[in-house]
Write a protein that binds this ligand. Structure first.
Ligand SMILES: [Zn+2]
Length: 73
């Protein structure tokens, strides 16, 4: 689980981490196109394991769908 994050928008693997919320959170933006990838730190908590909680709604929907499938089995 150590694959480099890849921007869904442009395919770049370079990101900028930007402190937000007075430094309590960190937003990771694509270095090339500037699209928000995820929040590695949210409210002072490391959020690295839940990269699926990406800021993009698409990722959240995929997660919800997978979760529903698991429940049905
Ligand atoms: Zn990008």
């Amino acid at each position: 689980m150590n694959a480099s994050p890849t921007c869904r928008n442009c395919g770049s693997t370079e990101f900028c981490e930007i402190p937000v919320h007075q430094g309590r959170s960190v937003r990771r933006d694509c270095a090339r196109c500037g699209r928000t990838f995820n929040f590695p730190v949210w409210n002072g908590e490391q959020n690295e394991t839940s990269a699926a909680k990406a800021a993009t709604s698409t990722a959240g929907e995929e997660l919800a769908i997978n979760h529903r499938k698991e429940n049905r089995q």
